[in-house]
Design a binder for this molecule. Structure first.
Ligand SMILES: C[S@@+](CC[C@H](N)C(=O)[O-])C[C@H]1O[C@@H](n2cnc3c(N)ncnc32)[C@H](O)[C@@H]1O
Length: 365
């Protein structure tokens, strides 16, 4: 990828490492022509950001507000106005605010140390009080990315601060990363924002709909939904509830599920695309909603539903010519047991948009 810098992320399921391959298939192999992109399950915004680099008009979407803020930073906004000095100042109390201690009170010994919990409490309340939207999004962004880096497995589905604190064996690199201070990580992410915030001359926007309620349309719709393995899978909500809670800081106490060991914050929990028994039904509704677009869908070979089930569903639509590509073995970050995982790309060429030029010898007329 010469000259292309993609933002670093520890987000689970990010397509950062293969987005170049995906793009190449769409443009050079399937030869899809398009000017606008809707990234329905935007996550870390890897696909959206790549499309932005390629001068497309981009609509980013994700069900979570914290992700939508990441989308706004990387896709909607074109600059970063947050400096390191402003960022570290946000760890200090200001007289105008009466501070609450939700993280220190409710998440002691769960995800972060006492000192870090106090830092998060003050920082997040200062960020929520900011008026400058550009600085505010950047300040959220660097906190989210730093929180991910400081967590074992980069997730919040287990209360496993102990694992971080008592880690003595194995890959020492992890321990070093977990123990980096917020301040140190902020330097890295601010530098990165300065590099990756760009203007592609288009009006790009970030949205916060559930996939089935998303009213946006584009020439090409990219679908990268949650993925279920045969064993039970932790939902995206369970993986990232803590970050969604931070955006809704003042609502945290009323939304903590104390029956769950990880004290999950139930804000924006949804069954849509998070229940393997309803996945095909949800997917059918989503495809129906976008029958006027080209559709590209990422999937993996050993999931539920199976590749064949997805393929059969897509082929029921006369409007699409369905092409299937195998991107080969792909190891998701931190997932060590997936030697047989293969990344699949379905490209549904919309025949109403795509003019297939047939050569005379292929012609049946
Ligand atoms: C496989 S990840 C997408 C990863 C993304 N392509 C990337 O490169 O980071 C699936 C995303 O779908 C989001 N999600 C889950 N259920 C959703 C729903 N019903 N509507 C919209 N987004 C949803 C999750 O928050 C998660 O970010």
């Amino acid at each position: 990828m010469p000259n292309i810098v993609l933002p670093q992320t520890r987000y689970y399921g990010s397509k950062r490492k293969i987005v170049h391959q995906i793009w190449n298939i769409i443009v050079n192999e399937a030869k899809i022509e398009f000017d606008s992109v809707l990234d329905v399950f935007g996550g870390s915004a890897s696909f959206s950001y790549y499309a932005k680099l390629k001068q497309k008009q981009v609509f980013y979407n994700d069900i979570f507000q914290f992700n939508t803020i990441i989308g706004r930073k990387l896709i909607e906004q074109n600059t970063n106005e947050l400096t390191y000095d402003i960022a570290v100042e946000l760890f200090n109390k200001v007289p105008e605010i009466t501070y609450l201690n939700h993280i220190a009170n409710y998440y002691k010994e769960i995800y972060f140390t006492d000192e870090e919990n106090n830092q998060i409490d003050i920082y997040i309340q200062n960020v929520l009080a900011l008026n400058n939207e550009n600085i505010k999004c950047s300040a959220f962004y660097i906190l989210f990315q730093s929180c991910l880096m400081k967590r074992p497995y980069n997730l919040f589905h287990r209360r496993n601060l102990n694992m971080r604190l008592n880690y003595t064996t194995g890959n020492f690199g992890n321990k070093q990363t977990w123990e980096r201070s917020f301040e140190e990580l902020f330097i890295r992410f601010i530098n990165e924002l300065n590099q990756v915030c760009i203007d592609n001359g288009r009006l790009n926007t970030a949205h916060n709909y559930s996939a089935l309620n998303c009213p946006l349309e584009a020439d090409l719709v990219y679908i990268d939904p949650p993925y279920f393995k045969k064993e039970s899978t932790t939902s995206y909500h369970s993986k990232y509830h803590f970050l969604e809670g931070l955006v809704n800081y003042y609502d945290i106490p009323n939304n903590i599920n104390f029956n769950k060991k990880n004290r999950e914050i139930s804000i924006n929990e949804s069954k849509e695309f998070e229940d393997k028994n309803n996945f095909l039904k949800d997917l059918g509704v989503l495809i129906n909603n976008h029958q006027n677009s080209h559709i590209v869908m990422s999937y993996r070979n050993n999931g539920i539903p199976t590749i064949n089930e997805i393929s059969e569903l897509l082929k029921t639509y006369d409007v699409f010519e369905v092409l299937e590509y195998n991107l080969g073995k792909y190891n998701y970050a931190l997932n060590k047991n997936n030697l047989i995982n293969e990344e699949i790309l379905f490209v549904c060429r919309n025949l109403k948009r795509h003019v297939v030029v047939s050569s005379p010898e292929n012609s049946t007329v």
